[in-house]
Design a protein around this ligand. Sequence first.
Ligand code: UDX
Length: 440
Amino acid sequence: MKIGVIGTGYVGLVQGVILAQFGLNVICVDNNEEKIKNLNNGIVPIYEPGLEDLMVKNIQEKRIEFTTDIKKAVLESEVLFIAVGTPPADDGSADLRYVLEVANSIGEYMEDSKVVVNKSTVPVGTGHLVRETIQNKLNQREKKLDFDVVSNPEFLREGKAVNDCLRPDRVIIGTESKKAEEMMKKVYNVLYINETPFVFTNIETAEMIKYASNAFLAVKISFINEMALLAEKVGADIQKIAKAMGQDGRISPKFLHAGPGYGGSCFPKDTKAIAEIGKKNNEELLVIEAAIKANKKQKQKMIEKVTTNMGNIEGKVIAVLGLSFKPETDDMRDAPALDIIKGLIKNGAKIKTYCPQGMKESKWRLEEYKESIEYSENEYKAVTGADATVIVTEWNQFRGMNLRKMKELMKDNYLFDLRNIHGKNPEVRSLFKYYAVGRK
Ligand code: UDX
């Protein structure tokens, strides 16, 4: 069976490589020629552990190829995955332009029956819009061809995308067609025989499962962050609170780590998008809207934490360790570090920073602040001469830092540990004026 994957962003590329790894023949399409050239040469444009090796192996074994020719992919594939971006429009809703452009091309080029699978995170109802768009094109061409639309949302985490795709917690298949359902079982045969849980449902339910899952996790993080703010005021310890809460099986310990707020390509975008879907359907989603507001407040609170504890940060040098929205990725989309750095600079500070993967993207995202930011070669160079160090992302190499050396290199000894990675080190409080999240 040949599979076409349209869009080679995070989702499309990982999906394509994993399907090839499952033994299927895959053709991946993107309109960016440079990217396709690199991919055919085995170069992955993103930092995602394990992905490049797996891709190169599947290129060598001739199970995956990359092209800019969408017509070829449509003609050759039985199943077509749509995995293009759905960036937020001005009102926060998902912009469906690229999804519908692809649907249009499918309608334009198909010559036999297809299963069209939506992998992009799209508002409820998009599956039907995709169907309509393809059908309209077929009508224009006066072609009578059979096709099915399936919603098959992804749940991969950046940095763990390969594993999440190889061993998903569940596979969601939303379709009204029995035939398409059987086809999807064949596509995911490896997972199906491995007894991965499959949920077969209608398109709308599948589309909503994705938003509901992401929004729930975002609410969970905002909840624990809010508890952390209170814990600081009353003298409680958020890590103990989270651990004890997590021991209740109904709550679970996952996604209960207090920090500087959630970021990334999914939670900020998807919470806003589902809130917008709520409004369009005359249903205000109060809990999700509160989580969005709380996340904004959390980042502001981190800026205040540094500024008020240091008294005045005018002219002070602040080392920021970790820029990417989480470890093991170079992704800077909605990374809390961006807002925190901007806030510290607005309050008068100069920034020295180091991140194992996030510096390249930060340079253009923080272009207008470049006079106030110095990018360092490593974490020790970044803290040299600094009045304060702020750990924003919990990369393992920051966990393992030599704190004595760090203190010696710094000018003053403020340490703001926004991921609570050094709290258990008995030395940390004697070496530094130490501030964590969610405890005094
Ligand atoms: C998320 C979902 O986990 C994934 O299922 C979905 O497909 C895409 O969105 P991702 O954005 O890659 O994945 O990262 P994730 O590990 O979920 O973290 C998101 C953000 O929440 C990060 O900024 C992270 O630092 C933050 N977070 C996560 C916390 O602050 N505390 C936690 O306990 C967990």
